[in-house]
Ligand binder design. Structure first.
Ligand SMILES: CC(C)(COP(=O)(O)OP(=O)(O)OC[C@H]1O[C@@H](n2cnc3c(N)ncnc32)[C@H](O)[C@@H]1OP(=O)(O)O)[C@@H](O)C(=O)NCCC(=O)NCCS
Length: 156
């Protein structure tokens, strides 16, 4: 199976935050941001695998600043590492206050997806070809997280 570059599956998605997505404080529910993060990560994973993928694990997520109604949320997702059937994606979330243009980094997350074959079982994914120093740095850091996840799974 031929490998695919990191750039081939990179994705950027935008979403305008609406009043229906706000909590009583007028800021946006964390769960809305989590859903968008999962969507962006899944698009990158499916683009890489060219298969349907399911979410296996979402690493802990922190919210560094609130997102507000009327903000434009931008999600940048890329594949960091692949295993045999799994794919780790990283997603960076920024908000833009449209009238001022001020951008704020509000969250980042790492999500593991597993590609499924036609039989609904995990299936092999193409290898990942890093092209830049940043791709290689992310790959090395993701390998440490993968090892940590596997150790934790073994300890269960
Ligand atoms: C994810 C899932 C397909 C894994 O199936 P499984 O039979 O446990 O698969 P395996 O043990 O063969 O592992 C397959 C791969 O998934 C990875 N994996 C499984 N569970 C994982 C977890 N919790 N975190 C990270 N990776 C995981 C394994 O490391 C392996 O990766 P590799 O092939 O790259 O080495 C299965 O647990 C599942 O269907 N879960 C539900 C997914 C879902 O519905 N998501 C939406 C949530 S609402």
């Amino acid at each position: 199976m031929e490998g695919r570059s990191v750039g081939a599956s990179r994705v950027e998605m935008n979403h305008l935050l609406l009043p229906s997505e706000a909590n009583v404080l007028g800021t946006v529910h964390g769960g809305i941001i989590m859903r968008l993060v999962d969507e962006a990560g899944a698009v990158a994973a499916v683009r890489h695998a060219k298969r349907h993928c399911v979410t296996a694990e979402i690493d802990s997520m922190s919210f560094l600043a609130p997102a507000r109604v009327g903000d434009l949320v931008t999600l940048k997702a890329s594949v960091n590492l692949v295993g045999t059937t799994s794919i780790e994606t990283g997603v960076r979330v920024e908000t833009e206050n449209l009238p001022t243009g001020r951008r704020t980094h509000i969250s980042s997350a790492y999500i593991v997806y597993v590609a499924l074959g036609a039989d609904g079982k995990p299936c092999r994914v193409p290898s990942l070809i890093p092209e830049t120093d940043e791709d290689r740095r992310r790959m090395a850091e993701a390998a440490v997280r993968r090892e940590y996840r596997q150790q934790r799974k073994r300890a269960r």
